[in-house]
Design a protein around this ligand. Sequence first.
Ligand code: PMP
Length: 391
Amino acid sequence: MNKLFLEENLADIRGKGLERALRLAEGPQGRKIRINGRDVLNFCSNNYLGLAGDARLARAAAEGMSREGFGAGASRLVCGNMSAHLQLEAKIARFKGAEESLLFSTGYMANVGILSSLFGRGDIIFSDRFNHASIIDGILLSQAKMKRYPHKDMGSLRKMLSEARGFRKRCIVTDSVFSMDGDIAPLDKIVSLAEEYDCWVMVDEAHAFGVLGEQGKGAVELFGLEDKIDIQMGTLSKAAGCFGAYCCGSRNLIKFLMNRARSFIYTTGLPPGVAAAACRAIEIIEDEPQRRERLWENTRYMLNGLRRMGWETLDSQTPIIPVVVKDAGLAVTLSQRLLGEGVFISAIRPPTVPQNTSRLRVSVMATHEREDLNFVLDCLARIGEELCLFS
Ligand code: PMP
C-alpha cells in the first residue's frame, strides 16, 4: 500500500483549508445540542419539524422492535420483508397520493438505485447543476449520458433538450428544494418542458417532505403536480426525523424498482423499529400542521432578519438559508466564532458548494423560540461587523 498517497492527499486537503472533522453531538437532537460538552443552539440540522428527538418516535420504535425484533435479518426479497415495512409503504403512498411506494435504506441509496436501474447507455439525463451528490452518483452509475444544466436555468435546459436527438429515453431530474441554497426548483416549467420534449421527470423531495405544501407532502403538492411527476423520491431522515427513504409513483414503477434497483435488492431491509417510527412521524406530520406553520413563521423571521442586515442569502425560500461569505477560511472562522457564542452552524465549503461560495448553512426548525432567532441574528450582526463582512 502506498502510504504516501494518503499523506499527500490529506496534506493537500489541509493546505486548502478544506479538512473535515467529526464533532460529537451528545443527547437527543433538539433546538439545543450538546457539542464538546456544552449546550449550544442548533441551527444546522435537517430536523425541520423537531421530530428527531421527539419521544413519541422513540416509543414507536421500541414498540415496533418489541413486535418484530431489531434487525430485518436479510434483504426484503429474501426473508426480511416485515409488516412494519408494508405498513410504512402503504402510509407513504396514501400520504403522497401515489399508487405505491418502495422503501430504500437511505436517500442516497434511493437516488443511486432509481437512476441506475431505470436508465442506461443510450439514454440521456438532464440534471440541475446543484443537484445532490447522490443524484450525480446515480447518473454516473447508470452510464446514461449526463447533461448538467445551469441552476434552474430553463432557457439552457430547453436548448439542451432541443439538441438531444437519437436517445432512447430522456429524463429531467431535480432536487425540489436545493439542499445548500434553499431555493425551489421551477417544477411547473420543468414539467411543461418534459411534456414538450417527451421526458420523464424525477424529483428529489428530501428537503420538501413534511415542509412544503398545504399538508407537507412536498413541492409536488405546492405546485399541484401530483399526476405529472413520474418518479418522486424523498427521505425520512430530515423533517420526518427518522431514517430511510422512499420512492413513490405508479404500480409498475415500484414493481420495476423492486426487481431491478440494486440498492434495494442487495441490502438488508430497514430495522422494523425504524419503519414503525417513520409511520408515527407521518401521522404527526398529518395531525400537527401547527409544526409546519411555526417552521414557516420562524423561516420568514430569520430570512427577513438576515436580509435586512445585508447578508447574501441567495434565492432561499425555505428553512435552509445560506449565509454566503465566499472564502472557505472565513466561513470556518465565522462558524467557530458563533460556536464560541453558543450557536452551532457548520461551514459548508467546496466541493459541497462551488468555489468561492463558501457559506454557513443556517437551517431553521419549528421548535426554535423567537429568542433563539434573535440571539443568532444579534451574534451574526456583531461578528459580521468585527470580521468586516458587510460592505
Ligand atoms: N437528496 C438530497 C437533496 C439530500 O440533501 C440528501 C441528504 N443530504 C439526500 C438525498 C440523501 O438522503 P439520506 O440522508 O437519507 O441518505
